[in-house]
Write a protein that binds this ligand. Sequence first.
Ligand code: NAD
Ligand code: ZN
Length: 373
Amino acid sequence: MSHSEPVKVEVGLGDRAYDILIGPGLLSGSGTKIAGRLPGTRAAIVTDENVAAAHLETLQAGLEKGGIEAAVITLPAGEKTKSFAHLEEVVDGVLAAKLERRDVVVALGGGVIGDLAGFAAGIVRRGMNFVQVPTSLLAQVDSSVGGKTGINSARGKNLVGVFNQPKLVLADTGVLDTLPIREFRAGYAELAKYGLIDRPGFFAWLEENWQKVFAGGPERTEAIAEACRAKADVVARDEFETGDRALLNLGHTFGHALEAATNYDGARLVHGEGVAIGMALAHRFSARLNLASPDDAERVEAHLRAVGLPWRMADIAGQLPDPETLLGFITQDKKVSRGALTFILTRGVGHAFIAKDVPPSEVLSFLKASHPG
Ligand SMILES: NC(=O)c1ccc[n+]([C@@H]2O[C@H](COP(=O)([O-])OP(=O)(O)OC[C@H]3O[C@@H](n4cnc5c(N)ncnc54)[C@H](O)[C@@H]3O)[C@@H](O)[C@H]2O)c1
Ligand SMILES: [Zn+2]
């Protein structure tokens, strides 16, 4: 544990602005950080079984140091927890602890817990205070920032929820040491995404420093902080995703199709791995359309390969559906407007843009060329 000051990134949303604090040892300092912003508060911690086993005691002790008493709601780990049944469990737990609107729901976990607890905080007593303590790399660089919260419906992922910004995000970089390596890599794909969207210098820095990011230390903190700056910028420009925020979907059109094509079977493909392959495909596809150079595509593929991420469809275990079926997943995922698809394409590393006029026939011939067969 380090006692150096955490890095602070501000999300500039006017009267709903908040800080993201990033650094090692933040769980232990959580009580004073929260009490400084929300004096006299009581708390309910929402977490999952894996995270509770590794980090709950540290968080509870940290909250106590700031005089914050906390009830605990522990749920099973995994995507299935983002359900109406578990939402009800969280709402009931918060009410049973007799928390009031000015009290705080603390989400201690990955994106599943953050999305669910943030949604619950948004609806209990018409909206309670809410603090994110993200414990996966994906949650630290993506889901805990920006205020999208919610659960899944039987009809699809993330279909029920609200925009609800937290009051504070505490990204303790030390807790990532207990994260399984495959989950760390998957989160790393989303981290590298910000470099590929509009921060070419950051991508080049990651190519040089990724091993130190994986190992921990100041490079890990700096990489997460830069990712949070990137996301905070986009969110401050376009909180409700009417424009630019769509750039964050780089790699996600192909990625979601591959997740659907593997029946969301995490043993074959987790979300960040789908995004890694999707980002590589988006660069290859852009090169094929003569928008970017093949060297850029090669560079992205080489980096994903270096960190141990999958980067092509052939890296997915088992059979994939044929290219026509994959295209079907893409057109299902997207609104097709007058026969054209919206894609995030690129003019090169760090120069992604929203393309609204991609013909499905181009996508299909590209999928045929990239399919392992
Ligand atoms: N709200 C948003 O803007 C947004 C953005 C991206 C993703 N998401 C959502 O995030 C979810 C995925 O998040 P995720 O990848 O964090 O999944 P997750 O919450 O399921 O966490 C992944 C796994 O790691 C475990 N874990 C987490 N932190 C750990 C730690 N420090 N030590 C040991 N184990 C730990 C969890 O128990 C779980 O088994 C999806 O539901 C997705 O829809 C939301
Ligand atoms: Zn994603």
